[in-house]
Design a protein around this ligand. Structure first.
Ligand code: HEM
Length: 515
C-alpha cells in the first residue's frame, strides 16, 4: 500500500524540481554572473540564517566586507537575494518610483498586526493614496505641537533614571525605561491615549504589542516559520493571535470613541479645534485620519495605519535614544560639548524650563551626535525590495524574482565611506556630520531613514523627539560608562526585526547638581 503512495510522492517531487529548474534557469544564469558566496548545496546561506541573532550579524558582516566593492548575491533555498553595497546602486533603486514594492519577508509583519498599513501594503496604488494621508499627520505645524508632550515624558524619564540608578553603584539599564517613554509619547501623539507606560501602568495594548513583536522575532530566528502554513504549527501561534485580537479591538475602541467626540464637537465641519484624552490642543494622527473622510478609508484601514505608525515610531526611537545616552556616557568630551550647547541655549538659571521648537533648532551639535549614533546603530539595519523584472543595476543584470537587500548597518561602517575619519569607521565621531564631511561623501552612504519615495515618514517626528529626550536627560544627569559594559564594543547587538541590544543598555547615572 505504501509503495504507490511513495512512488507518486517521488514523481511529484521530481516533476516539481524539473519545472522549477526550467523556470529558474534564466534567474540562475544571471545570478551566476553576480559575485557572491556559493553557499551550501541547495540550502544556500541557511547555515548563516539560522545562527544566533548576534553571530548572524558578525557572519553577515564578514560576507559583506568580502564583497562590498560590488553588489553580491546570496541564495537561501530557491530564493535569490542581491545585496546592494555601492551608494550609486542604492540610489538607483531607492530614488526610483520603479522599486516601491517591498520584499516578501515583510509579509510576516503584514499578517501580524501591521495589516494594510503603509509599511507593508502590497497594492502600490493604495499605498500612494494612504501615504499622502498619513503624511498630513506629519506636517511641521502638527509636529511642533507634539514637543510639549515629548518634553513632559522626557522629564518623567529623567526622574525615573535618577531614581533607578542604584544609590551606590549608580548603575542603570536604561533600555526598558527609555522604551516605555517612547511608547507613552507615541501613544499620546498618534492615538491620543495615555498608557501610563512609564509609571508601570499595566496596559493591555502595550503588553500585547510587545507579545506580537516577540512573535515576529521568533519567526525571523526560525526562518521556516516565515511560511504562514508552517507558522500554524508553531507553539507561539496561539499567543500571537490572541495579541493581534486585543490590539485590533483596543485600536478600534479608540477610533470609535474619537468618532463620537468628533460628532459631538459641534464645529462647522464636524471637528472641533481639538481634543483630547491628554488635555491639550494637539491634533493626534487618529483625528487627522478621521477628518479626511473623502479619502474613503475604512475603519480597518485607519486601524492598520495607526498600528503601523505606533510600531514604526516606538522601537526605532527607543533604540536610538538608548544608544545616544550610551555613546554620551562613553565619550565624555562629546557629552561635555552637548551640555555646553544646552547651557548656551538654556541660559543660567533657566536650565529646567520647557523646550521650544526654536531651542531644538539651535541644537546643531546634538543633532550631529544623534546622526552619528544612527550611523553606528541604525534601528532598521536591513530593508528589502522585490524585483519584478530583469533590471540592470550598476554592472549587473539582476533577474526578476530576486530580492534586493540594502543594509545600512554595514554600509554605514564601511571603510570605503567612513575610512578617512581619524580613528576608522567604527569610531564615534559627530564631526562625520559637519557640512564639509557630508559634502565629501556620497549622499546614499548614509540612509538610516532610507530615502526616496518609500522613505521613513517619521523622520521629522523622530528628530524632534530624540533631540527633546537627549537635551532633557543631559540637562538633568551626567552619564558615565557602567562596569557591566565598560567599553562600547561590549554592547552586544542582535538583529531581530529591528536592531536590538542583547543585554540591555547599562550606564551610570549621576544627577547634575541643581543650579
Ligand atoms: C530613529 C527613528 C527611525 C528610524 C531609524 C526609521 C527608519 C525607517 C526606515 C529605514 C524606513 C524604510 C523601511 C523600508 O523601506 O522597508 C521607515 C519607514 C517607515 N517609518 Fe520610520 N524610522 C524611525 C522613526 C519613525 C517614526 C517616529 C515613525 C512614526 C511616528 C515612523 C514611521 C514609519 C513608517 C509609517 C514607515 C513606512 C513608510 C512607507 O513604506 O511608505 N518611523 N522608517
Amino acid at each position: 500500500m505504501w509503495l504507490p503512495i511513495f512512488t507518486t510522492f517521488l514523481a511529484v517531487l521530481v516533476i516539481a524540481s524539473i519545472v522549477l529548474s526550467i523556470k529558474g534557469r534564466n534567474r540562475r544564469m544571471l545570478a551566476n554572473r553576480i559575485p557572491g558566496p556559493e553557499g551550501t548545496f541547495i540550502v544556500g546561506m541557511l547555515p548563516l540564517a539560522i545562527q544566533g541573532a548576534e553571530q548572524k550579524i558578525k557572519g553577515a558582516q564578514d560576507v559583506y566586507r568580502t564583497y562590498e566593492k560590488s553588489m553580491f548575491k546570496a541564495w537561501l533555498f530557491n530564493k535569490l537575494y542581491i545585496v546592494l553595497t555601492r551608494p550609486e546602486d542604492i540610489e538607483f533603486v531607492l530614488a526610483s518610483p520603479k522599486f516601491l514594492r517591498k520584499a516578501k519577508e515583510y509579509m510576516v509583519l503584514q499578517q501580524s498586526i501591521m495589516g494594510q498599513g503603509i509599511f507593508t501594503i502590497e497594492d502600490i496604488n493604495k499605498w500612494k493614496i494612504n501615504r499622502k494621508l498619513v503624511t498630513k499627520g506629519f506636517s511641521f505645524k502638527l509636529l511642533k505641537e507634539f514637543i510639549p508632550i515629548f518634553y513632559e515624558e522626557a522629564l518623567v524619564l529623567a526622574e525615573i533614571l535618577g531614581d533607578n540608578s542604584d544609590s551606590t553603584s549608580k548603575e542603570c539599564d536604561i533600555s526598558v525605561p527609555v522604551s516605555m517613554a517612547t511608547m507613552e509619547m507615541i501613544g499620546k501623539t498618534a492615538l491620543g491615549v495615555t498608557f501610563n507606560a512609564q509609571k508601570g501602568g499595566c496596559n493591555r495594548f502595550v503588553e500585547n504589542l510587545l507579545t506580537a513583536m516577540h512573535a515576529w522575532e521568533y519567526r525571523i530566528t526560525h526562518p521556516w516559520y516565515l511560511s504562514s502554513t508552517l507558522f500554524q504549527f508553531s507553539s507561539i501561534k496561539q499567543k500571537h493571535d490572541h495579541s493581534q485580537k486585543i490590539i485590533n479591538e483596543f485600536t478600534d475602541e479608540i477610533i470609535k470613541s474619537k468618532i463620537v467626540e468628533i460628532n459631538n464637537s459641534g464645529s462647522e465641519n464636524g471637528v472641533n479645534a481639538d481634543d483630547d484624552d491628554i488635555g491639550r490642543n494637539t491634533k493626534t494622527l487618529t483625528k487627522i485620519f478621521l477628518e479626511n473622510p473623502h479619502e474613503n478609508m475604512t475603519l480597518e484601514q485607519i486601524r492598520d495605519e495607526l498600528v503601523t505608525v505606533m510600531i514604526g515610531g516606538q522601537e526605532t526611537t527607543a533604540m536610538a535614544n538608548a544608544c545616544v545616552v550610551f555613546m554620551l556616557a562613553h565619550h565624555q568630551d562629546v557629552q561635555d560639548k552637548v551640555f555646553k550647547e544646552q547651557e548656551s541655549i538654556f541660559s543660567i538659571g533657566d536650565r529646567n524650563r520647557p523646550i521650544t521648537y526654536n531651542d531644538l533648532l539651535q541644537m546643531e551639535y546634538l543633532e550631529r551626535v544623534i546622526k552619528e549614533t544612527l550611523r553606528l546603530f541604525p534601528p532598521l539595519p536591513v530593508f528589502g525590495r522585490d524585483l519584478n523584472e530583469d533590471t540592470t543595476i550598476g554592472d549587473h543584470l539582476c533577474p526578476a524574482g530576486s530580492t534586493l537587500i540594502i543594509c545600512p548597518l554595514f554600509l554605514h561602517s564601511s571603510p570605503q565611506h567612513y575610512g578617512s575619519t581619524a580613528h576608522g569607521p567604527d569610531a564615534f565621531d559627530p564631526d562625520n556630520f559637519l557640512p564639509e564631511a557630508c559634502h565629501e561623501r556620497h549622499a546614499y552612504a548614509y540612509i538610516p531613514f532610507s530615502t526616496g519615495p518609500r522613505n521613513c515618514i517619521g523622520i521629522k517626528y523622530a528628530m524632534l523627539q530624540m533631540k527633546t529626550v537627549a537635551s532633557t536627560l543631559v540637562r538633568h544627569h551626567r552619564f558615565l560608562p557602567s562596569d557591566r559594559c565598560p567599553t562600547p564594543d561590549q554592547l552586544r547587538l542582535v538583529f531581530l526585526t529591528t536592531l536590538k541590544l542583547a543585554d540591555g543598555c547599562y550606564v551610570k547615572v549621576e544627577p547634575r547638581r541643581p543650579q
